[in-house]
Design a binder for this molecule. Sequence first.
Ligand code: 5GP
Length: 219
Amino acid sequence: MKTRGSLIVLSGFAGVGKGTVLKSLFETREGYAYSVSATTRAPRPGEVDGVHYFFVSKERFEEMIRNDELLEYACYVGNYYGTPKDYVESRLEDGFDVILEIEVQGALKIREKVPDAVLIYMLPPSAQELYERLKGRGTETGEVIAKRMRRAAEEAKNLEQYDYIVVNDDADVCAGRLHRVIRSQRQRVKSNLPFIRKLQEELKELNERNVDSSSASHD
Ligand code: 5GP
């Protein structure tokens, strides 16, 4: 019996290292699917269309909204970001745990639409460490870094709406933590209802058979 995968929302401040941790997770563990988002922001050096994001125009993004092609979307630091619906649904059906790497507004929309989704927040070991990582990335201007740090402070206010946190002090160790949280979802009662119902049926049948045979032996 194929169990439907879990829908996993992973959020974290810009620069916390979500990409590196996910790379480690995907390289070392099986059964995961990554949802590639659509965005109107420009590609950063090294980013590939269809791999990191689907880079689309504002017009195309607004068309996707109108056509109901997105599971959720949000505006973040002046650009649209959204999750294409079809891919997520088909991978969940195939039993993969699907990871959406999205920000808080989108995560909360997912919580409303898909109550079983698991919301995980990745945190840096400290605020100073986050600032150093953003600066070290060298791809954004000082102004954008400052904007992202202010946004982090805003986002931190929503942390209690998430189910789990994972601290990224080391990418491989953090990938292990993330994997354990995600895999533990497979043991949830809710995720195993078909199996539980089958077992209940089997117990009922077996007990009925035993009652029959024990009453037969008294004849
Ligand atoms: P970045 O521009 O650094 O790649 O992403 C900025 C933020 O947008 C990150 O917090 C990232 O997780 C979030 N993001 C990426 N894709 C999506 C999406 O499809 N939906 C939403 N709501 N946020 C997204």
